[in-house]
Design a protein around this ligand. Structure first.
Ligand code: ZN
Length: 315
């Protein structure tokens, strides 16, 4: 359809603009940010910090495991944590928020102390000349299908820009030997939880969710990197690498910020979310609609991801 937005009154258009990432963020905040104690982490973040995988999670329990350990977490009121069958001091409330279980951050070291080291230490990956070869990255083009994300002041949908850039990033990474997987390749609706689940299942080295911003204020502009509030060092260093590579794009740098987006707190792998710029800002909306600029953004993101992978390979 040709630009139905022009027919909308301004107030409706503003509401439509805010229906993208803003709503996404508010949904995230309405859950974990408001309902959980300040120093709490999701069971996915616990898994990431301890080298475990989330085997199962529901409203009544979460099961985390690796080859030598089984961790069971039950939320309040009868909250309890067991590591290999033995209870672990919980040190604070274990709460459910927005269908996810959150535990006190201080529980992570307690669990760590109780873990057995795997019988055989994992063999170091053979380091090929190309440190990117065989590394797995999941690229998540935000929104899709019935969820358009933000709507550009020029009438374009965020979901479309996200997909164009994400596909470019995946193509560039594949050329460098990275195993790059997309959560969607078409205009498809995917639940927020199902996006990081792809990275969890593939034990990806990195999960990168790609979005574009919108604000009521048309003057708001710039790109932003997000990690979860209690993100791992690997997530934070990936965000730093992406800020450095994206700083070459010539749009303002809003730096690395913390927010418990659903796609971040449901990831047990290192995870970042990119807001490429503001679709509500006329200049950035025009840039993000331009195929040449989309390609430049994709190159910057691929470069940042490559730098993050090269750093984590050396550690
Ligand atoms: Zn978005």
């Amino acid at each position: 359809m040709r630009s139905p937005l022009r027919l909308l009154p301004t107030a409706l258009l503003a509401a439509a603009l805010l229906a993208g990432c803003q709503q996404d963020r508010m949904a995230g905040m309405g859950g974990p940010l408001l309902a959980t104690p300040a120093a709490s982490v999701s069971v996915y973040q616990v898994a990431e910090q301890l080298g475990l995988a989330v085997r199962d999670t529901s409203a009544v329990s979460a099961t985390l495991a690796n080859s030598a350990n089984l961790v069971l977490i039950y939320p309040d009121p009868a909250g309890q944590v067991y590591v290999n069958g033995a209870p672990v001091s919980r040190g604070g409330p274990i709460v459910r928020a927005d269908g996810l279980i959150f535990v006190p951050e201080t529980l992570v070291p307690s669990i760590r102390r109780a873990l057995r080291s795997p019988a055989e230490p994992p063999k170091p990956r053979p380091q090929p000349a190309n440190t990117l070869k065989g590394r797995v990255v999941v690229i998540d083009p935000g929104h899709g299908g019935k969820d358009p994300g933000a709507i550009s002041c020029l009438g374009m949908y965020e979901k479309t820009v996200n997909l164009k850039v994400a596909m470019g990033v995946a193509r560039l990474l594949a050329r460098r030997g990275v195993t790059a997987r997309l959560t969607r390749r078409t205009d498809l609706f995917i639940e927020r939880e199902d996006r990081p689940a792809v990275a969890n299942r593939l034990k990806a080295d990195l999960f990168v969710s790609i979005h574009a911003d919108a604000a009521r204020r048309r003057s708001a502009r710039g790109f932003t990197l997000y990690t979860a509030r209690r993100a791992s060092a690997a997530s934070r260093s990936a965000a730093d690498a992406l800020v450095r590579s994206m700083a070459t794009l010539g749009i303002p740098n809003r730096g690395v910020r913390r927010a418990d987006f659903r796609v971040l707190v449901c990831s047990d792998r290192p995870a970042v979310l990119i807001e490429m710029g503001y679709l509500s800002n006329p200049r950035e909306a025009a840039l993000l609609a331009d195929a040449t600029f989309q390609d430049r953004v994709a190159r910057a993101i691929a470069r940042g991801i490559s730098a993050a992978l090269a750093t984590s390979a050396r550690e």
